[in-house]
Structure formats: C-alpha cells, structure tokens
Design a binder for this molecule. Structure first.
Ligand SMILES: Nc1ncnc2c1ncn2[C@@H]1O[C@H](COP(=O)(O)OP(=O)(O)OP(=O)(O)O)[C@@H](O)[C@H]1O
Length: 226
C-alpha cells in the first residue's frame, strides 16, 4: 500500500481585456488575483492491483487528480501507461495487437471490439468510441503496471461502457494491474467493483470510499488476482 499526497492550486489571475472588465462590472465579480485550491493535502492509498474509480462533475478536478496521481506513481518508480499516450497505427486493427490473428481477436474482444468487419478496418475508419476501445486493447497489451484512462467510456453507449468496464477490471485484476479511471459518469460502480471511489466535488471537497473487500479477490467475480 502506497500513500500519495495530492496538492493542487491555481492562481485566478485573468487577462484584463475590455470585455473581461465589463463582465466583472456587470456581474459584480472581483477580478483581483487569488489562489483557488482544488486539492489540499488529499491522501490516497493505492495497493498494486486496485481499481480506482474517480468521478465528479465536469470541471471539478478529475483529470488533474489523474495527472497528479500518475506523476506521483511514476516518481515512485511504477510503469504507468495512460490511454491518451497510446498511439494508433493506420493499419488494420487485427494487425495492431497480439502475435497472431487469434490473440488479436481475443484482445480486441476484451476491449469490446467483437465485429469481424471492424477488425479489418483502420483507425481512421472508426468512430470515436471504436477508437477508444482500440486504445484500451493496446493499453491491455502494454507491460505497464498501472493503466490510466481518463474520460473512461465517456464516448461509449452505456451498455457498451458497462461491458468494457467489467472486462477491463476483470483483466486488470487477473493480471495484477492497477486500473485508474476517471469519468463524469457514475453508472459503472457495479461493473468496476472499485477498491477505491473518489468523488470530486467543487472547491477542495473530495469524498473517498474504500471497499472493504479482500485485496486479493475481485469483488465482482470472486476470482483470485494472479
Ligand atoms: N492550467 C490551469 N489554470 C487554471 N485553472 C485550471 C488549469 N487547468 C485546469 N484548471 C481548472 O481546474 C479545474 C479542474 O479541471 P479538470 O480538467 O481536472 O476537470 P475535470 O473534472 O476533469 O473536468 P471534465 O469532466 O470536464 O474533463 C477546472 O475548473 C479548470 O478550469
């Protein structure tokens, strides 16, 4: 178990253009510089193999937390891979993962791509949601110890998002990977069975709920982690 301490604040200084000054006057808001704090000594304890589910309203600070946590984990010597860094090649999907066709189909399927017509196409021919799932497939294949996914399932229909969430957590737990996802959607709790739920509220308010389930077991399927 490693404890990470997160601090993040911004200065609220604004560019004083004529229109900005007008807005300040019209709405009676002060434009003087001040600090606004998003995370104030937030302590997060993560065990290897945990599933961490970060939620909260748009603009509340989910991406910042993900970035800070990722940086802290990297500084701690962990191999962290972020879905945003996954590069896609302009070649058929079936050629981008696995060492052969069968392995490629298995990996793509785990990430929610099951259609034979789809796996023979290239990334530029895919929808945003399909491309997101291809990135997940490549994330699964990386040898990273920590998988990080912002906007997790945000571009997917909710049924697909739930299937992908279930598969990702199951796989992460089987392989002993730490999975950290952030999304404004709060409907993936059951599928992810998270060990830690972090709900970011506005200002520096954060709710943290840790699951009491056995760290060695997947709380959904009951299977042992490897
Ligand atoms: N460089 C910056 N300077 C000032 N404020 C910033 C900066 N980066 C982010 N913020 C502010 O920090 C807050 C949190 O941003 P963040 O991107 O983490 O939100 P989020 O919860 O991920 O939102 P979304 O769900 O819309 O992606 C926002 O209010 C944003 O305006």
């Amino acid at each position: 178990m490693t404890k990470y301490v997160i601090n993040k604040a911004f200065s609220s200084s604004v560019q004083r253009t004529d229109r900005v000054l007008e807005v300040g006057e019209a709405f009676g808001i002060g434009l003087s510089d001040r600090q606004f704090v998003i995370y104030d000594n937030l302590e997060i304890e993560v065990r290897p193999g945990d599933v961490v589910y970060i939620t909260g309203q748009s603009g509340s600070g989910k991406s910042l937390l993900l970035r800070e946590l990722q940086a802290a984990m990297k500084a701690d010597g962990l191999n962290v891979r972020n879905i945003d860094e996954v590069e896609l090649k302009e070649e058929p999907l079936v050629d981008q993962v696995g060492t052969n066709m069968t392995e490629a189909l298995q990996t793509l399927s785990k990430a929610g791509i099951n259609d034979a017509y789809l796996v023979i196409r290239t990334p530029s021919e895919l929808s945003d949601g399909q491309r997101y799932r291809l990135r997940l497939a490549k994330l699964i294949e990386s040898n990273a110890e920590v998988w990080v996914a912002d906007e997790f399932g945000a571009v997917l229909d909710r049924v697909t998002a739930k299937v992908v969430a279930f598969n990702m957590q199951k796989l992460a737990r089987q392989l002993g990977k730490t999975l950290i996802v952030a999304t404004t959607h709060t409907d993936l709790d059951e599928e992810l069975g998270p060990n830690l739920v972090i709900t970011k509220r506005f200002h520096d308010r954060v709710d943290i709920r840790a699951s009491e389930s056995d760290a060695g077991l997947c709380p959904i399927c009951g299977e042992e982690k490897q």
